[in-house]
Design a protein around this ligand. Structure first.
Ligand SMILES: [Zn+2]
Ligand SMILES: [Zn+2]
Ligand SMILES: [Zn+2]
Ligand SMILES: [Zn+2]
Length: 228
């Protein structure tokens, strides 16, 4: 599926632009978070946080995350699941070169080098210029490409991973009448978009999922929420 490049907005200050423009802006924007995410009682971490870029496939889907230096890969995994991925509690992992970081210490399906635990601080894994893949669901896999943009100019509470900006949801048109699509049929040839009216007729025989702002739209049982 080809989708044209998308724009997005920094949630807090309202700055709008393409992914490249927002990347530059977020590396510089000192507007603090509206409310401090994470668990109560957390104090700001000593070290500056990290600005992390997440690009989906297709690339029209993207996120910028602010992550405390002492957050774990599990904290990023939880945010990616909540924003874009979670459908039926599939396994996931981060892949950095030949190293894999996973939940399971010695999975039976393992091949290649022994996987490491995802309970590792992001500051020990993310390095400038080192691409990191996140894979969710080893059947109908959703692959995301993560990279470190640089230090974050605002302080974050310890162990925080927060969504700072994301793409505006792409528009899809109903394949039958051209009105804005509300759902996507996962059984028709890839992918069949339908408006609310046409969905009712079409949905009698076929399984439909909501159109949501996520690269996992229409895959497995994924039905949102998707990014805002
Ligand atoms: Zn700003
Ligand atoms: Zn699933
Ligand atoms: Zn169908
Ligand atoms: Zn329609």
């Amino acid at each position: 599926m080809r989708i044209p490049p998308t724009r997005g907005t920094r949630t807090r200050c309202g700055y709008t632009g393409t992914r490249g423009v927002l990347r530059k802006h977020l590396a510089d924007c000192s507007e603090p978070l509206a409310h401090r995410p994470g668990r109560p009682g957390r104090v700001p971490a000593d070290a500056p946080g990290l600005l992390i870029e997440v690009v989906g496939r297709p690339k029209a889907y993207w996120l910028f995350l602010g992550v405390a230096n002492d957050a774990k890969l599990t904290d990023i995994d939880a945010l990616l699941r909540a924003t874009w991925l979670e459908c039926c509690d599939h396994l996931s992992e981060f892949v950095v070169g030949r190293t894999r970081y996973t939940f399971v210490s010695s999975p039976t399906f393992s091949f290649g080098p022994r996987p490491q635990s995802m309970h590792i601080q992001v500051g020990k894994v993310f390095r400038p210029g080192v691409p990191i893949e996140h894979q969710y669901d080893f059947g109908s896999t959703t692959v995301l490409d993560l990279s470190l943009v640089g230090p974050l100019p605002i302080a974050l509470p310890s162990r925080t991973a927060a969504l700072l900006a994301n793409n505006v949801a792409p528009d899809f048109a109903c394949g039958e009448c051209g009105h804005p699509a509300a759902s996507v049929c996962v059984e028709c040839d890839s992918p069949a978009f339908l408006c609310a009216v046409c969905s009712r007729r079409h949905g009698r025989g076929h399984m439909l999922h909501r159109v949501v702002n996520s690269p996992r739209m229409g895959i497995c049982g994924y039905d949102g929420p998707g990014a805002p």
